[in-house]
Design a protein around this ligand. Structure first.
Ligand code: WTA
Length: 683
């Protein structure tokens, strides 16, 4: 245990890590980490020194050379790949680094333990301010190996799926890396999801085990997690073990499936030979919302994902060796995967795990953390910035932020007010601020300004430039490619890149239909974009029925499916409307069966609870409006555009309503809305 580097340890780390034997010198035990590093390829010798513009050109015109040399030099391989890529975007055959074998955990841990074992890998910024825990690369490797051995000794093998239902913590990271070490496939489920949502994901992935905590701690509140897992696994016959970590000292009721994680780990050896994985073996699944009701298990594989996460982490944030990288995302989302765990660890960085909230114990939390941990890159979501800028700037200015070098924003469009506040107040106008556009499916950042590109300007609140290997194209309504600047259309990426999702777990057809069919030959992002007169990209928002609530993706169909389960509700339609802090919020139009008309208040409350229990609290619509019927076309399709106009009070300009089956429905809904507003305005 690196006592000198640890402000305070939890009971677990103290007991667990104090029992770790001294590290073995590299090479003494058998396994991938003992293999000699590959000979240097072309990347470090000439490619990486090229100016960004030339690197970009090379990545587009000669992707085999660009990615091939990057993969040779930046990753440690057990067996070299014999072909850089074999991709066909029309069928969804996407393979990178064919024939190569490697282990992701070796690349994130062992290679750094060889050169700087005592460098801090993780700083766990616990909810209680000033109680951070630092974990060195050596400690993280040992913890990962003990956890990997725990999984193995309970029958988890290469290819098995393991659900991780934990808030951000060193053990959550170790659980992910432990899966990677033994070749199991992790699926991290955001610990705010309900038991039904968790169960749905476990069932779809047919997970053999769940790793969880007894409780979470956030914003000074204790959140029970184990009971949620208990309820979920009751309907998940594939789950054989639930590994339970003790985040708090409160007693936990343990059942037949439950294994006390820390206790078992301490008796496991701190060394675990890494599995040699094929480049295209599954690394993880991450469930995300699409335009249909069922979340999809986005599949990422080993080498391509890791290479893309590490390269983007370095180039987008101008990460330099020794920097403290602070991404405040939760590990339950893709941002947590790529920029809390895999990208930074592959680059040997010190990465911050932020367990708290932006306003606990007060609105200065982020900046107090920056000062205390000397954070160099700060990467967060616009929703938190919009919340914080409402408070006095004194909450920022009282803390020393001189360590900051780059600021980043992710997950949703950043508005100008938030951008300028972040740049001028937080960054004192001296740190480049990068608006980064990407998706769960893209694996890593695809469009971002890249300030390390000497002299390249940054346009505020714009994602601007494609990353290496990314070729954006805009498509018009008829599926035609829009050429030139000053045009808007559907944002597609016309070349495959190593970090892209390979498929949807168990449903390749859905993958092809959702992403590859709409614009044949290209990956369709679901977003719209504008190409400015200067040739830069501005994301204009989703083109499908996906909304973004506080940076979290939600399918409106998912909420509708939950609402429709209520026996009094024959039909609903959910849309997203703008919200000052959350970005967007769901607005539900609900049709009630006539006999329930008088009970609408009770039913609406039941509907709120239904959504919270079927999905998560953040998915509960902020607004409900009971209507007699929904606006439909003659073919029975709901015209959501009209609902949006009503909810945003722009119903004066409804556009073309001639396809409506019965146009009088519009007047009816407007009246219901006005009535509802009057009720709301009553004191
Ligand atoms: C949206 C999050 C505007 C977009 C990494 C995308 C953004 C969806 C930005 C993916 C941005 C993400 N500007 N919109 N900088 N970044 N989005 O899968 O609609 O949770 O399709 O991945 O978030 O959300 P996801």
């Amino acid at each position: 245990m690196a006592a000198a580097q640890t402000t305070r340890t939890t009971g677990f780390l103290r007991t667990l890590l104090s029992r770790c034997p001294a590290p073995r010198p590299p090479g003494r035990h058998r396994g991938l980490s003992s293999l000699p590093p590959p000979p240097p390829g072309a990347w470090s010798s000439d490619v990486s020194r090229l100016p960004h513009r030339e690197l970009y050109r090379l990545s587009i015109h000669n992707p085999d050379r660009f990615w091939g040399s990057a993969a040779v030099d930046r990753l440690r391989w057990v067996e070299p790949f014999h072909r850089v890529r074999d991709c066909d975007l029309s069928t969804g055959r996407i393979s990178w680094f064919l024939g190569g074998k490697l282990n992701v955990s070796v690349n994130c841990l062992d290679v750094h333990v060889e050169t700087h074992p005592d460098r801090v890998a993780l700083i766990w910024e616990r909810d209680e301010p000033g109680t951070e825990v630092k974990v060195t690369y050596r400690e993280l490797l040992e913890t990962t190996c003990r956890l990997a051995n725990t999984l193995k000794s309970h029958g988890i093998q290469k290819g098995d799926r393991v659900a991780v239902y934990m808030p951000v913590s060193p053990l959550a990271v170790a659980a992910m890396l432990a899966c990677a070490r033994i070749g199991a496939v992790h699926t991290v489920v955001f610990a705010g999801f309900s038991s039904e949502a968790l169960a749905g994901r476990i069932q779809d992935a047919q997970c053999k085990a769940v790793v969880t905590c007894n409780e979470g701690v956030r914003g000074g509140r204790v959140i029970p997690l184990k009971p949620t897992v208990d309820a979920a696994v009751r309907s998940c016959p594939t789950v054989q073990h639930v590994f339970v970590s003790q985040r708090t000292d409160n007693p936990t009721v343990m059942g037949d499936l439950d294994v006390p994680l820390e206790e078992v780990m301490t008796s496991q050896p701190p060394v675990c030979p890494p599995e040699a994985m094929d480049s295209e073996d599954l690394l993880f699944l991450l469930y995300t919302s699409g335009s249909t009701g069922k979340p999809k298990g986005v599949v990422h594989t080993q080498a391509g994902y890791l290479l893309y996460a590490s390269l983007t982490h370095q180039y987008v944030f101008d990460y330099r060796d020794g920097d403290v990288f602070g991404c405040v995302a939760d590990v339950g989302w893709i941002t947590g995967h790529s920029y809390v765990v895999y990208g930074p660890l592959c680059n040997g960085a010190t990465t911050v795990l932020f367990e708290s909230t932006p306003v606990y114990p007060d609105p200065g939390r982020y900046w107090e953390t920056v000062q205390r941990l000397r954070i160099n890159q700060f990467y967060g979501a616009p929703t938190a910035l919009r919340l914080l800028l409402k408070y006095d700037d004194g909450w920022v200015k009282k803390y020393d932020r001189s360590s900051l070098k780059t600021l980043g924003s992710v997950g949703e469009p950043i508005n100008h007010e938030a951008w300028y506040w972040f740049h001028s107040v937080v960054g004192d106008g001296r740190c480049p601020l990068v608006d980064t556009w990407w998706q769960t499916e893209t694996g890593g950042i695809c469009i971002a300004p890249r300030p390390a590109d000497e002299g390249a300007p940054i346009v505020p609140a714009m994602a601007m430039r494609p990353f290496f290997g990314i070729q954006p194209v805009l498509m018009g309504e008829k599926g035609e490619r829009l050429s030139g600047n000053g045009v808007s259309g559907a944002l597609c990426l016309s070349q495959p890149w190593p970090g892209m999702a390979r498929t949807i777990y168990g449903d390749h057809q859905r993958f092809v239909e959702a992403y590859l069919k709409p614009f044949p030959g290209c990956y369709f992002t679901g977003d719209g974009a504008h190409r400015s007169e200067d040739g830069y990209y501005q994301i204009t928002g989703r083109m499908d029925d996906v909304i973004n609530v506080s940076g979290h993706r939600l399918g409106t169909a998912e909420i509708e499916d939950a609402l429709d389960e209520h026996p009094a509700v024959p039909e609903t339609a959910v849309i997203g409307i703008p919200h000052g802090i959350k970005g967007e919020v769901p607005f539900a139009f609900v049709v009630l069966k006539e006999e329930f008309d008088d009970d609408s208040l009770v039913i609406l409350q039941q509907l709120r609870e239904l959504v919270a229990s079927k999905i998560a609290k953040y998915a509960v619509p902020d607004h409900f409006l009971v209507v007699k019927r929904l606006p439909k076309t003659r073919s029975g399709k709901i015209m959501r555009r009209i609902l949006k106009n009503v909810a945003m009070e722009t119903a004066d300009d409804l556009g073309d309503v001639s396809t409506l089956d019965d146009p009088s429905v519009v007047k009816e809904i407007i009246e219901a809305y006005e009535q509802h507003r009057k009720q709301e305005d009553k004191p």
